[in-house]
Design a protein around this ligand. Structure first.
Ligand SMILES: C[S@@+](CC[C@H](N)C(=O)[O-])C[C@H]1O[C@@H](n2cnc3c(N)ncnc32)[C@H](O)[C@@H]1O
Length: 263
């Protein structure tokens, strides 16, 4: 909220600097070089007063941008594989908040026998996931997972905890659908990551052609992200034992693996 209130004000100040530079451009030539930069930064700040929703275009832009980074998905797919108990021939995996299915596509490669179920509230994302991976899809969210009790071997959730309306309910839903001893692999944005570094990343994303909507989508996601301590508590409260973790307070993301405790 605080950032949203500040954004238009900072935008206005930068716009005034840009106009001032424009006015004196003939006299002080050096300022005319700074001008486009000022206008650029200003435009980005002004965007802070608008929300970006996942419409079809945002989903397609997200897919296009993230397809450049298959290694990020391969990395998490390997963690999922390590958490499948050896004697399970045809594991059931839930890709919660599947998005365009790029993680499931990598899981298909390392675990070809697995039955993957993709759940997401966005029908646009589910359409893309069907195109990219061999998955069964279901419309739904973490707070109300459309799957029966004790059905899944591993739940994996990549960068969508930030959108859950009720994380406590979400963690207990994940526990409900997991078989006894099943694992919950979560990769999430770190709330404690520096705001300044985030801003620089946003500029790089735009320069690398992410599009304003995706840079904005990424930036907004941090506003509702959770700290590592918070996620540890969510795990504990939902009867999980944390069996693996990576990431530190200063990092932009972290990974946790929780094991469902038999109750
Ligand atoms: C940043 S995308 C990540 C997609 C995918 N996991 C990936 O890493 O490519 C976030 C996804 O979370 C989904 N999402 C939003 N709210 C959700 C909820 N309450 N439960 C599960 N997924 C949700 C969005 O529709 C979107 O597809």
């Amino acid at each position: 909220m605080k950032n949203k209130k500040l954004s238009p004000l900072i935008g206005l100040i930068i716009l005034l600097i840009a106009l001032y530079n424009l006015y004196f451009a003939n006299i002080i030539k050096i300022f005319s070089i700074i001008n486009p930069l000022c206008v650029f930064i200003c435009a980005m700040f002004f965007r802070g007063i608008y929300d970006v929703k996942i419409d079809e275009n945002t989903a397609i832009h997200f897919e296009k941008y993230m397809k450049r980074y298959p290694q990020l998905y391969q990395y998490l797919a390997d963690i999922v594989k390590k958490n499948i108990t050896d004697n399970i021939k045809k594991p059931v995996i839930l890709d919660l908040g599947i998005g365009p299915g790029l993680l499931s596509k990598e899981i298909n490669k390392v675990l070809p026998e697995a039955h993957i179920i993709g759940v997401d509230p966005s029908e646009e994302m589910l359409k893309l996931s069907k195109k990219n991976a061999y998955v069964e899809t279901k419309v739904g969210g973490a707070e109300n997972i459309p799957i029966e009790n004790n059905f899944v071997d591993v739940v994996v959730c990549r960068f969508n905890l930030t959108y859950w309306k009720d994380p406590k309910k979400g963690f207990s839903e994940v526990n409900r659908v997991l078989k006894p001893g099943g694992k919950f692999v979560i990769e999430a944005l770190n709330r404690d990551f520096s705001y300044l570094k985030l801003f620089v990343i946003r500029i790089f994303m735009i320069l690398k052609g992410s599009g304003f909507d995706i840079a904005r989508y990424h930036f907004d996601a941090y506003k509702t992200a959770y700290s590592m301590d918070c996620v540890k508590k969510f795990f504990r409260d939902a009867s999980f034992e944390i069996v693996y973790s990576e990431g530190e307070k200063k990092d932009w993301r972290y990974v946790f693996v929780g094991k469902k405790i038999d109750t």
